[in-house]
Design a protein around this ligand. Structure first.
Ligand code: URA
Length: 257
């Protein structure tokens, strides 16, 4: 909500605080008409109520409510992706600060390792998990046996699972028994079920990328806060509808994956 002159915070100050750049850069963004507040193009100097304003930059929503946090966790095997577990197993929220309370964005199976985002920004979480936004996730799957070119092709084209055919995926054999698979759907145990369906059950599964987020040096069990550039890239990824995403615009995966 744009608010009267005496109230609220200046938009460029708000945008700078959440990491879109210096105030000067943010003024330019506003001046170029790239910022909207509640759907209307913002004017330089306007003030906003950060508790209620819906702000977008280049069509990507920007969380400006105070207290929003974003953690990237390297989940170890054996940790469950829930806020609390009835069987008292360790959970992903045990591995990050407990104030403010955050929740995992999507889920990894208990035995799956790798990158997981946790936040208290419900809007961003929704965009990143909704299949129509096509945010892709990349996995390394160590599988039983040695997948043939035909098996890899089946993964790329989509395999029929009990809940329907999977969308085309990127799949490439990076070692004799290791596949790199990129999907943008979020079905339960999807990568494990896809590999099993082509005759190669997964022995170990690691998520190595969430949209633009990668981190090869984050130790298992540790987490870090996202930096401003990553936030921006994530917002942009969340703003892309599947129809605009490169791997789905042709209905086929790119040839190099
Ligand atoms: N696919 C799986 O099979 N498991 C995960 O944890 C994530 C994707």
């Amino acid at each position: 909500m744009v608010v009267p002159a005496a109230d609220g915070e200046r938009l460029q100050k708000v945008l700078a605080r959440v990491g879109l750049g210096s105030r000067r850069v943010c003024e330019e963004l506003i001046g170029e008409g790239r910022v909207t507040v509640d759907g209307a193009v913002a004017e330089l100097g306007c003030r906003v109520n950060v508790e209620s304003a819906r702000i977008e930059v280049d069509g990507a929503p920007v969380g400006v409510r105070p207290g929003l946090v974003y953690y990237l966790l390297n989940k170890p095997a054996g940790v469950v992706t829930t806020a609390s577990d009835p069987h008292d197993r360790p959970t992903v929220v045990d591995l990050v600060p407990d104030d403010p309370r955050v929740f995992p964005v999507g889920r990894l199976d208990a035995q799956t390792e790798g990158l997981l985002l946790l936040t208290n920004d419900g809007d961003l979480a929704h965009r990143l998990t909704h299949p129509s936004f096509g945010v892709d996730k990349e996995y390394l799957a160590e599988v039983e046996g040695r997948p043939s070119p035909a098996a890899v092709r089946r993964l790329r084209e989509g395999v029929v699972l009990e809940d329907g055919r999977t969308a085309p995926a990127r799949a490439v054999l990076v070692e004799a028994s290791v596949l790199r698979i990129t999907i943008h759907e979020g079905r339960n145990r999807q990568v494990r079920r896809m590999c099993e369906a082509v005759g190669h059950p997964v022995a170990r599964l690691v998520r190595t990328r969430i949209g633009p987020l990668v981190d090869r040096s984050l130790a298992p069990g540790s987490h870090r806060t996202l930096v401003a550039e990553e936030m921006q890239a994530l917002r942009r990824a969340g703003a892309n509808r599947a129809s605009e995403a490169p791997e789905t615009s042709t209905g086929r995966p790119p040839a190099d994956r």
